[in-house]
Design a protein around this ligand. Structure first.
Ligand code: FES
Length: 168
């Protein structure tokens, strides 16, 4: 039976490689998980939040709908309040727009500018959006308002994730 001797140098190499690999895996795993987790987590029922808005009360005029939900961020839980501008199109489709201005994040208001009563208006730098959320050329915002996904259940409006215009 042959007996293999491991030199001090080899032993040190094996040990350092093992410990280094273990430490690298320990650092990389949370990063990989953080990057991949949202991709793997599909949309679910819990992505929608119930509002107090009855579907039958919606009209073609945008209505401000406030809603709140519990947000879990790691170990921290907080109650978040959010807002959407919601209306029905002429063919009955529900549109829910984010009120966050795409210029620098102020809050837009429906009909806030007397000269353009049929548009969303951002008072911070006079940004304007048409009723469907498209930014008006020549005003500061360079992209349309985000859109919430919507769902109806028992006559109540549910709002889901906020997505860029055209993706909801
Ligand atoms: S933040 Fe809305 S126009 Fe500037």
């Amino acid at each position: 039976m042959s007996k293999r001797n491991v030199s001090r140098r080899q032993f040190l190499n094996y040990t350092l490689t093992g410990v280094g690999g273990f430490m690298a895996a320990g650092m990389l795993m949370p990063m990989v998980r953080f990057a991949v987790d949202p991709v793997l987590a599909g949309g679910s029922e819990s992505d929608f939040v119930a509002t107090k808005q009855k579907i039958k009360d919606l009209s073609t005029e945008p209505t401000r709908v406030d809603f709140s939900f519990t947000q879990v961020d790691g170990w921290y839980e907080s109650e978040v309040t959010n807002t959407a501008w919601v209306y029905k199109t002429k063919d009955g489709k529900i549109v829910a727009l984010s009120p966050i201005c795409k210029h620098l994040g102020c809050t837009v208001d429906w009909g806030g500018d007397k000269e353009h009563p049929e548009q969303f208006f951002c008072p911070c730098h006079y940004g304007r959006y048409t009723k469907d959320g498209m930014n008006v050329k020549g005003t500061p915002p360079i992209s349309p308002l985000d859109v919430f996904t919507t769902k109806e259940k028992d006559g109540i409006l549910y709002l889901g994730q906020r997505k860029p215009h055209g993706e909801a």
